[in-house]
Design a protein around this ligand. Sequence first.
Ligand code: PLP
Length: 377
Amino acid sequence: MKLFDVYPLNPIEIVKGEGSLVWDSNGQEYLDLYGGHAVISIGHSHPHYVKRLTEQLNEIGFYSNSIRIRGQEELAEKLGQVSGKADYKLFLCNSGAEANENALKLASFYNGRKKIIAFKGAFHGRTSLAVAATDNPKIVAPVNETDNIVFLPLNDLDALNEAFQAYGNEICAVIIEGIQGVGGIKPANDDFLRLIRSLCDTYNSVYIADSVQCGYARSGKFYSHEYAGVDADIYTMAKGMGNGFPVAGISIAPKFQSWHGMLGTTFGGNHLACAAALAVLEVIEQENLLANALTVGEYLMKELGKFEQVREVRGKGLMIGIDLPEELSHVKKDLLFKHHIFTGEAKPNVIRLLPALNMNKAHADRFLQAFNSILNP
Ligand SMILES: Cc1ncc(COP(=O)(O)O)c(C=O)c1O
């Protein structure tokens, strides 16, 4: 049997990782500023994470949601505390798409409506409603097509106001990334998020903050949406939540009522997933990673802004986009194959930095030196 070939692969096999470094099967070391697509939040094979998962596995790895799982309660408590949303409630699932799917469904259960506002450049996942709210027709299958989603331009206050004036009482939810990731590291403006909040309040629509990529401390705040100073109704999270163990969740404002059977999943919130997610939050707290993401991120953005060839540097904390002109489209490959540094990308020509949140200044300097030697040979 062969693999169903959907991923364009780099010819590299990674076999070991430690912190912000990984090694391939030939023993070559790489600096990982991609974090396996924003997933590695506390660094590869963090000792506290390995210990917690190992201990849990030696006790029990999985049992279903038909019994009490104490780790879920501990995780809810800890997440409420670290994210500053102690009065919200937690539903656990397995992936970012699933988190968004559940958030949209919950919004629709709440107000009984169908229309969803999403934004140009958005990526919310590949399941049916999440992909329909994703601005990429290539990955939307005919069966996913729906008239229920309306795409508006990002950060356009007038367009948002007009949509609510025209059919506000039909709008179920507004779903928005605090910083668009796949769309090229494009932050939502604070005044735009504040307008979403006030329109959702006026029309009883639900504000869903997709924090799958920009959340979990990556931006220097726990959810990047917090920069706007208003609360969302539902925060969705995945990626950095388990540092590589598949775990996701939605944090739900107190106004939503649950009933048995309303949402559900077989694997979501299992013992191992909770141990992984708790280990991540403990390390975020113990190692003060919110502050580190800000300090190292600001340093990187300041230094990157000095390169005259760079068109724009965007982002917050350790979610950084380096917008390059067409003639520098080779930089990402050069970083990987000549300097052994993993980075992400976004179309057409943006290098995405999504490193572990405990990346240090020495790692930043190693990257800046390599970047300089490619741009100024
Ligand atoms: C903002 C955002 N939402 C949702 C998703 C989907 O997450 P997953 O691939 O875990 O389903 C992604 C994945 O890249 C994402 O960046």
